[in-house]
Design a protein around this ligand. Structure first.
Ligand code: NAD
Length: 263
């Protein structure tokens, strides 16, 4: 993309934001790669190194070897380093809330970086759960992921419940697992009622999450997609920018800030 194209397209997205009242931001793993968390399907993503079959809920529940690999990857920080920080794209989304434009963020991510960047928890809908908590499937006790990391640092390879030795499962939606009912319905309702949907860093191939921008279009909203690679929804979008999320979102918000400051 030439510099001129980038300037033109970022201005167009800024215009869409300035002329909207209820913006829904839909985010995927690509918004967090610049924070050092690998995505699944981008070049160099986790699925280029591991078989996604290993990470289904069925394998996690019934195959001790799959569970061992899961916790090994978690403990090694290859999924997500414990000291991970938001990047400029997360801060730009938080700024949309500060200027009163954001209806909500619908995220597929489990990393908690939107809240760390300053979005209020009640503005973030987690479609695929969060990594912050772990639950015992036998007695129902909850533990923080920090506690689990502490046990692992003391040599425990596959953590189980300290109270009842039941199986511990992170509060994330695994492949093959049902979506959370309230979050899915609320995300659909918000998408149908927004006037602008901005997709940031999602391949839009994971369903039903990827339906959300489609619900926005069906409700009459305009659509902007910011993703390094093309997506199947690009032909339906008002603007597509195939560039890094951090640079793109901070450029867009600088334009929005400038125009709002001059009003
Ligand atoms: P995905 O891996 O299918 O697609 C990510 C997309 O982001 C790719 O198309 C890639 O080209 C693009 N991308 C990568 N870096 C980018 C950047 N800096 N700027 C702009 N675009 C960039 O991700 P998905 O659509 O979110 O689906 C994967 C599933 O995996 C989700 O359900 C999510 O829950 C989970 N996941 C979450 C995390 C996380 O919490 N950070 C990380 C990996 C996977």
């Amino acid at each position: 993309m030439t510099g001129q194209d980038f300037d033109y397209l970022t201005r167009r997205v800024a215009d869409l934001i300035l002329t909207s009242r209820r913006v829904v931001v839909f985010t995927g793993a690509g918004i967090s790669t610049e924070s050092g968390i690998p995505d699944f399907r981008g070049p160099g993503g986790l699925w280029t190194k591991y078989d996604p079959e290993i990470f289904t809920i069925q394998r996690f529940l019934h195959d001790p070897e799959a569970r061992r690999l899961y916790w090994k990857l978690r403990g090694s920080g290859k999924f997500m380093h414990p000291d991970v920080q938001p990047n400029p794209a997360h801060y730009a989304v938080a700024e949309l809330e500060k200027i009163g434009k954001l209806d909500c963020v619908i995220t597929q991510n489990v990393d908690g970086l939107h809240e760390m960047a300053g979005n209020s928890p009640d503005k973030v809908i987690h479609l695929h759960g969060t990594m912050e908590k772990v639950k015992c499937l036998q007695c129902g006790r909850q533990y923080s992921m920090d506690e689990v990391y502490q046990w692992m640092s003391q040599g425990i390879e596959v953590p189980d419940c300290p109270q009842c030795e039941g199986l511990l499962k992170p509060q994330v939606v695994f492949f093959g697992e049902a979506m959370p009912v309230w979050e899915t319905a609320e995300a659909q309702r918000r998408s149908e009622n927004c006037d602008l949907c901005i997709v940031i860093g999602s391949s839009l191939v994971v369903y039903p999450a990827a339906l959300m921008p489609q619900y926005a279009l069906q409700g009459g909203a305009r659509l902007a997609i910011i993703n390094r690679e093309a997506t199947d929804l690009d032909p339906s979008a008002d603007v597509c920018i195939h560039e890094g999320a951090g640079k793109t979102m901070s450029t867009i918000m600088a334009i929005v800030r400038e125009v709002m400051g001059n009003r």
